[in-house]
Ligand binder design. Structure first.
Ligand SMILES: [Zn+2]
Ligand SMILES: [Zn+2]
Length: 54
């Protein structure tokens, strides 16, 4: 699991924090996801909230 946003590459995405992920596991922070209208720029898939580890 990636621990950084793939778009801005500066926002850390800890496993227990908010993040968005597509079906190919491209991972982004929430502000980037909003800026991209919830569409993955790599594969065109829908970005959904990443499940948190409990
Ligand atoms: Zn980002
Ligand atoms: Zn993707």
């Amino acid at each position: 699991m990636r621990d950084r946003c793939e778009r801005c590459e500066t926002t850390a995405l800890p496993a227990d924090g908010p993040a968005r992920i597509c079906s190919y596991e491209c991972t982004f922070c929430v502000p980037c996801t909003d800026a991209m209208d919830g569409v993955c720029p790599n594969c065109g898939g829908e970005l959904v909230p990443r499940p948190r580890r409990t």
